[in-house]
Design a protein around this ligand. Structure first.
Ligand code: HEC
Ligand code: HEC
Ligand code: HEC
Ligand code: HEC
Length: 293
C-alpha cells in the first residue's frame, strides 16, 4: 500500500516537472507533432499566466517583448498579452493557447493595427477619431503612420503631448512642418497648464471653482481630440475655439484671483493691525503700572 503511494507521488512529481517543459520544447521544436497522444497531457495552468511565463523563458525577440511590456502602462494596470493578442493564457502550450477559437492574432497587418488596438472596446474613441484623420488615409495606402508609429507596441507609456516630437514626426514630414505644428500645439498646452495651476491655487484658497473646472475639462477634451484627428483644418478650427475659451476662462480666473489676493491683503492687514493694537495696549498698561509704583 505504502509502496504504491510512493510510486504514485513520484509519478505526479515527474509529471508536474515535465509537462511545462514539454510545452516549451514543443514550441521551440517547431516540427509538427507526428503522433497526437490519445490522452492530452495536463496543460491548464492555474495562474493563467502562460503567455508571460513561457515567453520570458524564450530567447531574442520572443523574450524581449515581455521585458518591454513589463514596464508599460498596460502591465501596470494588469493587462497581459492576451488583452491585445487574444489567446488563452490558461493553457501552457505554444500552439493550443493560440488556437483560432480564442481569437488569437499574432502579428496584425499594418492596415489592421488600428482595429487591433480597438479590439474588445479598447480605445474606441481614439480609433474612431483616428479613422477620420489624414493619417488613416495614408494607412490604407501604405500602412503608416499607425498607432504603433507614435505609441510603440509593447513599451507603451502614459501618453502626453511629448509624443509629438521631431523624432516621431520628421520621418514623414519636414522638420519645419512638424515644428510649426508642435509649436502651436504646445503653446495651447502651456496655456492650459497655467490655467490649471491658477485654478488649483484658487481651490486651495477655498474659492468656488467648480464651474471653471468643468469648463477647463471640456476645453481639454476638445483639445486632446486633436491628436488623433490631425487634419490641418481641424487643428486650426479647434485651436481658435480653444484659444477663445481659454481667454474667457482666464479673465474669469484673474478676477477671482484678484478678489482672493485682496482678501489676503485685508487678512494680513487686519492681523498686523490687531497685533499692533494688542502690543500697544500691553505696553501702555505696563507703563501705567510702573508709573504708579
Ligand atoms: C509554451 C510556450 C508558449 C506559450 C504558453 C505562449 N507562447 Fe507565444 N510563442 C511561443 C513561441 C515558441 C513562439 C514562436 C514560434 C511560433 O510562432 O509559434 C511564439 C510566438 C508568439 C507570437 C508571434 C506570432 C507571430 O505570428 O509572429 C505572439 C504574438 C505570441 N507568441 C503571443 C502569445 C500569447 C498572447 C500567448 C498567451 C495566450 C502565448 N504567446 C503563449 C511560445 C509560447
Ligand atoms: C498593447 C497591445 C499589446 C500587448 C499588451 C502585447 N502586444 Fe505583442 N504586439 C502588439 C502589436 C501591435 C504587435 C505588432 C506590431 C507590428 O507588427 O508592428 C505585436 C507583436 C508581437 C510579436 C511579434 C514580434 C514583434 O516584436 O513584432 C510578439 C512575439 C508579441 N507581440 C508577443 C507579445 C507577448 C508575449 C506579450 C505579453 C508579454 C505581448 N505581445 C503583449 C501589441 C501588443
Ligand atoms: C500621429 C501620432 C499618433 C497616432 C498615429 C496615434 N496616436 Fe494616440 N496619442 C498621440 C498623442 C500625441 C497623444 C497624447 C495626447 C494628449 O496628451 O492629450 C495620444 C494619446 C493617446 C491615448 C491617451 C489619451 C486618450 O485619448 O485617452 C490613447 C488611448 C491613444 N492615444 C490611443 C491611440 C490608438 C488606439 C491609436 C491608433 C488607432 C493612436 N493612439 C494613434 C499620438 C498618436
Ligand atoms: C509614417 C509617416 C508619418 C508619420 C510618422 C507622421 N505623419 Fe503626419 N501625415 C502623413 C501622411 C502620409 C499624411 C497625409 C498626406 C499629407 O497631408 O501630407 C499626413 C498628414 C498629417 C497632417 C495633416 C496635414 C493637412 O494638410 O491636413 C498633420 C497635421 C500631420 N500629418 C501631423 C503629424 C504629426 C504631428 C506627426 C508626429 C506625431 C506625424 N504627422 C507623423 C504621414 C506621417
Amino acid at each position: 500500500m505504502r509502496k504504491t503511494m510512493v510510486v504514485l507521488s513520484l509519478v505526479t512529481l515527474f509529471a508536474a516537472a515535465v509537462i511545462p517543459c514539454t510545452g516549451v520544447f514543443a514550441a521551440i521544436n517547431k516540427k509538427p507533432s507526428e503522433k497526437k497522444p490519445t490522452e492530452s497531457p495536463v496543460k491548464v495552468v492555474p495562474n493563467g499566466n502562460s503567455c508571460v511565463d513561457c515567453h520570458k523563458a524564450l530567447a531574442g525577440n520572443l523574450r524581449s517583448v515581455v521585458l518591454e511590456w513589463e514596464v508599460s502602462v498596460h502591465a501596470k494596470k494588469g493587462n497581459k498579452c492576451n488583452i491585445c493578442h487574444g489567446g488563452n493564457p490558461a493553457i501552457y502550450d505554444a500552439k493550443l493557447s493560440k488556437s483560432p477559437e480564442y481569437n488569437f492574432v499574432g502579428r496584425p497587418e499594418k492596415k489592421d493595427i488600428a482595429d487591433f488596438c480597438g479590439r474588445g472596446m479598447c480605445h474606441a474613441t481614439a480609433l474612431h477619431q483616428f479613422k477620420k484623420s489624414p493619417h488613416f488615409d495614408s494607412v490604407l495606402k501604405m500602412g503608416d503612420p499607425n498607432c504603433v508609429s507614435c505609441h510603440g507596441k509593447h513599451n507603451i507609456q502614459r501618453s502626453s503631448m511629448n509624443i509629438i516630437s521631431d523624432k516621431t514626426c520628421s520621418d514623414c514630414h519636414s522638420v519645419e512642418y512638424s515644428r510649426e505644428i508642435i509649436k502651436s500645439i504646445f503653446s495651447i498646452e502651456n496655456d492650459i497648464i497655467k490655467l490649471e495651476e491658477n485654478i488649483d491655487y484658487l481651490e486651495k484658497k477655498k474659492a468656488d471653482v467648480k464651474d471653471a473646472y468643468d469648463r477647463l475639462k471640456k476645453t481639454k477634451t476638445l483639445f486632446h481630440q486633436l491628436v488623433h484627428v490631425f487634419s490641418k483644418e481641424d487643428i486650426d478650427f479647434t485651436q481658435k475655439i480653444v484659444a477663445l475659451e481659454i481667454k474667457s476662462l482666464n479673465d474669469d480666473i484673474v478676477s477671482k484671483l484678484n478678489v482672493v489676493r485682496r482678501l489676503d491683503f485685508i487678512y494680513v492687514f487686519t492681523a498686523v493691525f490687531s497685533f499692533a493694537t494688542i502690543f500697544g495696549l500691553a505696553f501702555y498698561v505696563v507703563r501705567m503700572l510702573t508709573k504708579r509704583k
